[in-house]
Every structure is written in structure tokens, then in C-alpha cells.
Design a protein around this ligand. Sequence first.
Ligand code: ARG
Length: 491
Amino acid sequence: MYRSRLNSDLSGITLEYVSSIRDDSQIALYDIIGSQAHTLMLYQNEIISKVDVTKILSALEDLKKSEFGDIESSDTEDIHELIESLVIQKAGMASGGKMHTARSRNDQVVLDLRMKIRDDILVLCNCILDTSEALVSVAKDNQKTIMPLYTHLQQAQAGLLSHYFLAHADVLLRDFERLYETFQRVNHSPLGAGPVGGTSIPIDRQSTASMLGFDSIVENSIDATSTRDFVLEYVSVVSILMTNLSKIAEDFVIWSTSEFSFIELADEFTSPSSVMPQKKNPDILELTRGKTAEVIGNLTMMLTTVKGLASGYGRDLQQIKSSIWSTSKISISALIIMKSILLTLKINKKQMKKVTESSNLVALDVAEKLVQKGIPFRITHKIAGLLTQYAHQSKKPVSKLSMIDIKNSVKDTEVDPKVLSAIISDITVVSSLKERKSFGSSGYDEQKRMIKDRVQKINDLRTNVTSLENHIQSSLASLQSQIDSITKKKK
Ligand code: ARG
């Protein structure tokens, strides 16, 4: 449709090489709605006539009901060309040929991307809240489930399983915050920027922005058409989110081994082996790890595309679109699946407790008890270390050391073995967790407080997402009613 300056058409293979039509089905509806807002604005500013606006809007309404046919087999360069040519077919050149007045595919495509990404962000925000809610609910059920906490994947301190789930809820809520902030930078309209430098036609950019539910406009037309920082920001933030989900996946893969046996995944989240009948493999979680790599790959692809581009639109930018779709699809599915895995997880509380009690995880508690008796921590650390070493060598837990064992193990220190023995016989994993009072710790009391707090936080954040959704929906609904009032008059 656009080739008047050129003498020949693209050959089949070149057209396929150039065309983004395969990727464009994801933005077709945004392109139609954006075109409707643009057309309405042209009419309201007396740039096109009543007859023109009516015909163009009706043609676009018909396209919404999807009369595209097989988009992918069309011989157009992209969805923008396809929609414009269909509008011209339906409305006639005299009116349809006016739709593209004062805009360009360069502001059009970036408009579509902003509308698509803002919707994806809102879906993701809701999914994050659902998964966080699942984490908090599993935490609620496991406030008394004792487990070993790890550093270097070595047992470190006794803890509570609720504390683990709450940690990941907090991580996801930060992912939420990052996405929510990204939304504020995405939700600006580039429409009306034209190819790069604006237009002489008296358009009203503010009016299309508000019809489409944008908070404001991307003012500078060079910036509006050529910058993709909002896409990079979105995919970066989602990459971080995916690495967080991937870490949970890795923990669960380890915990579901027969060596750990801390959890059992529900059957629907495992795969069998084609050859070993006994196997129940955590393939779904492994794929969360694997797909995280794909999202990071998408980010790398985009950064590499953008870094060497001259300012102003370059066709290279077309290539980043499918990576946006893949990023959104993977992350939304990963969150939905993680939520269901959490809610169907079988937790082997006995095994977690057994492992915790069989290791000398109270060593730090012994040292801290001695600190309360006025001994410097560096010395109490040494005393607890000697005790643990002695216990390890005599193949007994610290709690089972006799008076003689205790005397022998700390003979080179000044601590009174009787005091030490009294401390050891008083300390259990449960007592240790009762006394763990520091803010945000694994202590019993802290679990209750944090759960209550996070339940409230998630509810508040839901209200914030709903208000963003409502704003967009009500803007689009009022655009639709303006369209209806014009197109219905025609019938
Ligand atoms: N299909 C193109 C894309 O996805 C649309 C913009 C084309 N603009 C141009 N000046 N060739 O980026």
C-alpha cells in the first residue's frame, strides 16, 4: 500500500522477512482502539467530516468483531497496514483514506506496545498478589512447623516454615512494587508524535491520551517514537520476578528429593519417567528455572537491539515485539502455576522436625545464653564451638552430652561446666524459637505479627490495582459510547 516511491514489489521471501504480521495479532485490538481514538479526535478538531468519522469508526467496529481472516497469510508488512487497507476497503478511499492523517506507524506501534504492556502489568500484578496470598496462607498453616534454615545449603539455625514462606511473599511484594512503578512510566501516550518530528495538522494529543486512559503524554515526539526504555524496564522487572520464582522452584526441587523428603508435590505438578516406573519428577518446577533463562534471554536480546540504534525509529525495533509477548506469557503462567503448587503442597512436618532436632542447631542459642551471663560473645562462640566439636566427635547431639563430656570439652575455658550444663538442658528447638524475639525473626510471635501485616498489605495493594484497572476501563467505556453514538446514528 505504501510503495508509490518504489518501482517494484517485495518478493515473497523478502516480504516474509520484513513483515511483523505474525507477531502482530497480539496488538491488533489495541491498534483498532487507538485508531478509533485518533479518528474521533480528528473529527472533534474539524480535521475530518461527520461522514468520514462515521464510516471509519463503523469499519473499525466491524474489524473488532474480527473479520481479519487469516492475518498471517496477508501480504502486508504489518497489522497497521492491514487494518488501514481493510478500513479503506470498507469505508472507501474518500473517507477511509483519511484515517492515517497526522500519524505514522511509528507512533502507532509504540502506542500499541504501551497499551499491551500496561494490560500485562495489571494481569501480572493480580497474579503476584494471588501467589503472595497463597504463600501467606501456607505460612499461616505452618506457624509451628519446625525446619532447619540454611546458609551455604548447610543447616544454620532452627526456624519455622512459615518464616520461609513469608520471606518469599515479601520478595514477590517487592516485584509487585517494581511493576506498579513501571506502570506509572508506561502509561503515557505517544500517539500524535507522527513519524518523529510531529505534524502541521492541528491535532489534540491530550484528548487521544485521555480517551485511551493514559495518565499523560510522552511529550517529545523523537522520544515518543524511538525510545523503548519502558519495554526494557518492564522486561528487566519481570526478569527479576522470574529469578525469584526460580529460586523457590529450586528449593522445592531439592526439598522433594528422597534425601530431603521435606515436601511432596501434588501429582498434577510432576511428570513420570518414560522408563523408570517409580519416578515422580519435578519437571514443572524445572521448567520455571528453564523459562527464567528464556526471559533473561529476552532482556539481553532487547538491550542488544537498542544499544546501537541511532535516534529515531529503526526497523530493528520490530524484532523486540515477540520477546515482549514471550516474557508476559511465561511470567503469568509461572505465577499461576506456582500458586497452585503452593496450595497443593504436602509438607512432611515430622521429617523437617526430625532433621532440625538431629543437628546441633542450638549452638548459637547456647552462646547467646552465656552472653546473657555477661561473657563476651567471642568467648561464648568459642565455648559453643568446642561443645559442638566434642559432640560431633563423640557422635552425640549437644543435648545428650553428660556432665563429664561438658567438663572435658570446655576444660581450656573459664566457663563453669555446671552453668553450661544447666543451659544445655534447658534449651530445645521449641524454647529457642520462643525466645527468638528480634523483629522479623523466626520466633513464634513474629510469625503471627508478620502474617497479619502481610494479609492487610495484600488487601491494600489489591485496591490500588483495581483503581488503575477502573481508570482504564472507564476511559475505554466512554470512548466506546462516543463511538456507538456516532456509528448508531448511521444505521
Ligand atoms: N511493523 C513495524 C514495527 O513493528 C511498524 C512500524 C514500521 N515503521 C516504519 N517506518 N517502517 O515496528
